[in-house]
Structures are given as C-alpha cells and as structure tokens.
Write a protein that binds this ligand. Structure first.
Ligand code: BG6
Length: 288
C-alpha cells in the first residue's frame, strides 16, 4: 500500500511493495526513488540535497520546464525553469502495489501559478504522470496550451541514474548521433559521437534525434534501457570533480555515483503549441 511521505519535509507518495521502493514528491512532481525488488536504487539522490519549498531536489527526476538552463537566449532565471521549484497538486493515485506492484501518481502544476511568471506569461496546463512498476519507471509530462496565442517552451525529464562508478559505465546507442558539447565554447558546432559514450571528464552534451539507449554498468552487473517519446534531444551530464565541488547541494565525491540521461526538447527543438494543442514528453527506464 502506498502511504504519505514522512521522511522529508515535503509531501508526497511512497510505497515499499516487497523489497521495492517507489517515491515521488508533490514539490516539483519529483520522482525520487525507484528501487525494484532485489536491485540497488536506480535513481540517484544526493546525500546533500535540499528538501524545501522553492529549492530543487538534487537527484531523482527533476521536471525541467518551461526552459532549460537559462533558456534559448540565455537570459532566463531561475535555471532550468520554475517547474521543479513549485508545488504541484496531486490529482490521482492508482495504487495496485498489492496485486501487480504498480503505482501511478498524477499531478498538475498549480494552476494559480500559471500566467504569473514574467518570462512565461501564458495560460497553459502542465500534468505529470509517474508510473512505478517492478520492471520500469515511466515519467510523462503533458503540456497543453490554453491561451489564445502560440506558446513555446523547453522541457526535460532530468533523470539522475545511480551507477557503481561513472568512470566504468558506458552508454550505448548514440554512435553516429550529433551532439552539442556544452563544456566547449557557446559557438561550438555539433560533433558526431563515435562508439559508446564513456565519462572521462566533465560531460554536458545535448544529443539530437536518438534511439533508445542502454547504460551498461559492469560494477553492478546491471543494464538500464532508457527510451522516450516526444523527445528530440537526449542530454548526458556528469559534473566531474570541479563542478561537483562548486555545488552546495552536491557532495564533493558524489559525482562518481551518478549520470544524468535526460529526455528533452531544448534550443532549436523547443516545442511551440498553437492554442488548444498539447505535447507529451515521456521517458521510460527499464531494467535490462
Ligand atoms: C544539466 C545541464 O541538464 O543540468 C548542465 O546540461 C547543468 O549544464 C545540470 O549543470 C545541473 O543543473 P542544475 O541547475 O540542477 O545545477
């Protein structure tokens, strides 16, 4: 049976069917635990994360909306938009953990907040559905334009995956895919991925059209497949030594235990919705 989150000063839903662990905060509609039976946690969560209203949780699946970073023109704050900093209202919980190990939680960005952001003064709705199962975690963000004008936004499901040692893992499926290297200068041209992605330095890349990818972790003899729909981009991020040390909510040595694989629509792939249109961005992380 699912129950209310009590371990952190944020509200949410949590379940522990068998030896599994599922959890999501209402704050930011932020899934923060998916640990299937007999597995180590799949979602990484920093021991230094803040758990407070108005702050971003460091780990889990932050919902990045309605802009990525500082936005396409580089002039927006807060970083990665306001979606991960705000209250979302829980709309529905379908708890069948006792029979099939599934938990589905649906939330909606508080509609009283929409239209009030100076950088995003539109009328819209944003809903998040998180599906926890013994085999996979799926997170889906659906945005609908309820305005009378076009609405353009960026979004990402900024999934932090736990790994044995990021220097030993490899991400397969991106051979031949173009990417933008965000650690290089702003004018850098897209380069082409050759072979699997390995992490040997600070890594911050925006890949273009991509298939499903598989993360091989020999240290934990585990493979994770990350597939998505409605995502033109895949972002791969690890801060490495210096950037980890510079972040207050990230332990200096924690960078070895995580990699972000983010399903996204950013920069040239920002989504424009005409009045009445909607867009669904979803990501599924599957064992094996
Ligand atoms: C990634 C970006 O998605 O998120 C990185 O590509 C950024 O540039 C990282 O550093 C973390 O961002 P934040 O705002 O959560 O510290």
């Amino acid at each position: 049976m699912a129950y209310e989150v009590t371990e952190h000063p944020l509200t949410g839903v949590e379940a522990r069917p068998g030896q599994s662990h599922y959890a999501i905060f209402d704050h930011g509609a932020h899934a923060w635990a998916w640990q299937p039976d007999g597995q180590r946690p799949v979602l990484w969560l920093s021991a230094h994360s803040r758990f407070a209203s108005g702050q971003a949780v460091r780990g889990g699946v932050p919902v990045i909306f309605p802009w990525f970073g500082t936005g396409p023109a580089g002039d927006r704050q807060p970083a990665h938009g306001f979606g991960r900093l705000q209250a979302w209202n829980r709309r529905h919980v379908a708890d069948t953990t006792d029979t099939d190990g599934r938990l589905v939680v649906e939330l909606e960005l508080d509609p009283t907040m929409t239209g009030e952001q100076p950088d995003f003064p539109f009328s819209y709705s944003a809903g998040l559905q998180a599906t926890f199962t013994p085999q996979y975690l799926q997170v889906a963000l659906e945005v609908r334009n309820t305005d009378t004008t076009d609405v353009t936004f960026e979004a990402a499901l900024h999934t932090y995956l736990a790994v044995s040692d990021v220097r030993q893992v490899s991400l397969h499926g991106l051979d031949g895919v173009h990417y933008l290297d965000r650690t290089a200068t702003a004018t850098a041209l897209p380069v082409v991925q050759r072979g699997p992605v390995t992490i040997t330095a600070e890594t911050d890349r925006i890949y273009q059209e991509h298939p499903a990818v598989t993360l091989h972790d020999p240290g934990w003899t585990r493979s994770l497949t990350i597939s998505d729909e409605g995502a033109a981009n895949l972002v791969v991020w690890n801060p490495w030594v210096a950037k980890a040390a510079a972040m207050a909510d990230f332990g200096d040595d924690e960078w070895t235990g995580m990699i972000c694989v983010e399903s996204a629509n950013v920069l040239d792939h920002a989504i424009t919705l005409e009045p009445g249109e909607s867009h669904r961005l979803s990501q599924r992380v599957t064992l094996g």
